[in-house]
Ligand binder design. Structure first.
Ligand code: GSH
Length: 228
């Protein structure tokens, strides 16, 4: 199996947590994609994932699976003993629901704010992000607001429960965890008043699947070079 990704980027990190939890990290070859040079917007990569984003999983027979959730479902169910995507119909339903909220209310708007409201990954990629569009800064502002509301929403959820969807760390928690890391890289802080979310994040960061994932840092060297 190959994973096309880049260490230190938040959506790829979702898969690295899963690989670590499932003990699969040594069974995959990580193929780095140069996001700064916009390699993922060129034809060879678009042939693998027309959405032009990482991560992408390529199986030994050439089958391609993109979208972090789809890759997670595949990897988590390979051994017939899912630990992140739910064991019962109820768990599966709750995890799916909360993971989708974690995308639409947090990690996706953070990504849009990052690419449209900051210099993002630099010139080569900005050319693919509608640089001349006059609604750009308003779009970025709205997405920032959505992400900040999302943080508040998950803080509320974690008031009454230990994890985001079910009573263990699931795919929904992975998405929130990575979303917060992305938020910080984009300059959005997790407010001091969001104490449930902060405490959950601290607990989550100590879980073996999170702590021992390969390529641990969440802010890649490439991003640091760009001033993040
Ligand atoms: N919905 C996608 C999101 C993937 C995504 O946005 N990945 C980022 C890296 S963290 C990316 O490739 N960004 C490049 C771009 O937006 O041009 C998933 O779940 O895999």
């Amino acid at each position: 199996m190959k994973i096309y990704d880049r260490p230190g980027f938040p959506n790829p990190a979702r898969i690295r947590i899963v690989l670590s939890g499932k003990g699969l990290d040594k069974k995959v070859e990580f193929v780095p994609v140069d996001l700064i040079a916009a390699e993922h917007k060129q034809k060879p990569f678009l042939n693998k994932n027309p959405s032009g984003v990482i991560p992408v999983l390529e199986l030994d027979d050439g089958t391609l699976i993109s979208e972090a959730t789809a890759i997670t479902e595949y990897l988590d169910n390979l051994d017939g003993d899912p630990m992140f995507t739910g064991k019962t119909p109820l768990e599966k339903g709750l995890i799916h629901m909360m993971q989708r909220r974690a995308e639409s209310m947090l990690i996706d708007p953070v990504g849009l704010y990052f690419h449209y409201g900051t210099p993002g990954l630099g010139e080569a990629l900005q050319a693919h992000k509608s640089p001349e569009w006059e609604g750009r800064s308003e779009w970025a502002r709205r997405n920032r607001q959505t992400a900040e509301q999302g943080m508040r929403y998950f803080d509320g959820i974690l008031e009454d429960q230990n994890f985001v969807a079910v009573d263990y760390f699931s795919m929904a928690d992975i998405t929130v965890f990575s979303g917060l890391a992305f938020a910080e890289a984009a300059g959005l802080t997790v407010g001091e008043d969001l104490s449930n979310l902060r405490a959950w994040r601290l607990r989550a960061s100590e879980l073996p699947s999170v702590k021992n994932r390969t390529g641990q840092q969440f802010v890649a060297d490439d991003l640091r070079r760009l001033g993040f």
